[in-house]
Design a binder for this molecule. Sequence first.
Ligand SMILES: NC(=O)c1ccc[n+]([C@@H]2O[C@H](COP(=O)([O-])OP(=O)(O)OC[C@H]3O[C@@H](n4cnc5c(N)ncnc54)[C@H](OP(=O)(O)O)[C@@H]3O)[C@@H](O)[C@H]2O)c1
Length: 429
Amino acid sequence: MTERVVRVGMVGCGTVGSAVVRLLRDHQEDIAQRAGCRLEVTRVAVRDLGRERDVPLPAERFTADPDEVVRAPDVDVVVELIGGIEPARTLLLEAIAAGRHVVTANKELLSTRGRELFDAAEAAGVDLAFEGAVGGGIPLIHPLKESLAGERIVRMLGIVNGTTNFVLTRMTEDGMSFQEALGSAEEMGIAEPDPTDDVEGIDAAAKCAILASIAFNARVVAGDVYREGIARVSREDIEFADRLGYVIKLLAIAELENEEVAVRVHPAMVPGDHPLAAVRETFNAVFVQGPNVGELMFYGRGAGGGPTATSVVGDLVDLARNITTGGRAVGCTCYEDRRIRPMEGMESQYYLLLDVVDRPGVLAQVAGAFGEHRVSIKSVWQEGRGDDALLVLITHRGNEGALQRTVGDLRSLEPVIEVRSVMRVEGEE
Ligand SMILES: NC(=O)c1ccc[n+]([C@@H]2O[C@H](COP(=O)([O-])OP(=O)(O)OC[C@H]3O[C@@H](n4cnc5c(N)ncnc54)[C@H](OP(=O)(O)O)[C@@H]3O)[C@@H](O)[C@H]2O)c1
């Protein structure tokens, strides 16, 4: 085995960090073969030095001062695994300024301050790798940046948040309400004590921004992503979706149309035979479409220490090879200046559930509201009679702004008691 050593400094040694240290130990021979050198964790910064940790490292390698790691002369690569914006941002910038290659899995930071970090890495001539930031253990960043460099990706549909996918799976398969399913996720440790980031689609929007940036070579930030969470998905929606042959998923959608980027995260009905419909429990998947490659799906464990650590270790192997061979990774690819399309300009199919009075002419009035805004109806289905008749409509693909105006008009129609639900339908050709 080669004796050359690349020294790794870690900032953060929690769920992901400790799994990285264990993988580096458990697979050291295979890693050395691939990297062309040994990888050794020389320093680790944590918050609480007294905490018990299952990591095969002597106590003297730990410090409570992360600056010691990012500035240490005996560190070649800094791995940031503390999360959040600060102090992660400052620490990474310091490491970069000190000429260290860096690895992070921090989607929050990359999706808001990515440009600053990539610019700094470019200026310093170092690599910034982040395979773990999206999709945990699913290789996504490398395939999008490198394997698919010859493709022009036009669309991505992703289930990129395991917690919400678990909640929707329980609602679909066990008939639970949103609150019951979330409670079950909390009991099982799948949902955080404060599940806001997951439930409101904030986590998925950060990942959507990162994926769109890479796929469309343009800087997309989390704030560009239109976002709706899953809290309003009702048992009734799940039931109607099932009866119509759909499954409800929280989708992260990134599209390139007429050179504009459209990015959004919201619950959507997907056809039961779409590959994404089979992505259950906490699994993640990203469905990618391009004119040459056709359709691809990347599927797997989107979170967890072990899965995410495999992505971090993969990045470390790449960087270690670059250090020993003098190579460089593909740098920032956000060189196109693209407009972000506002939500009103986007297109989708829609499902609507209306509570209407059942009497002659109502259907014509409802259809008239759609016609007024040029939203074309694909199918209508009526259930019940009298005062609580339900109308279920699926539209053809149409403009979001036109649909919203249609919904506004429907609300003011006298026989429409309530617009109970409006949901986008995705994945149908
Ligand atoms: N967990 C996942 O499934 C997953 C999946 C994909 C991406 N990620 C990303 O990976 C990163 C790490 O996540 P995680 O789940 O491993 O987090 P975690 O379990 O909370 O671990 C965070 C680690 O950072 C340390 N830390 C926090 N603030 C610090 C500071 N100011 N100085 C030094 N050390 C500090 C903590 O020290 P103590 O141990 O002393 O508290 C802990 O070791 C995040 O960016 C996250 O978004 C995580």
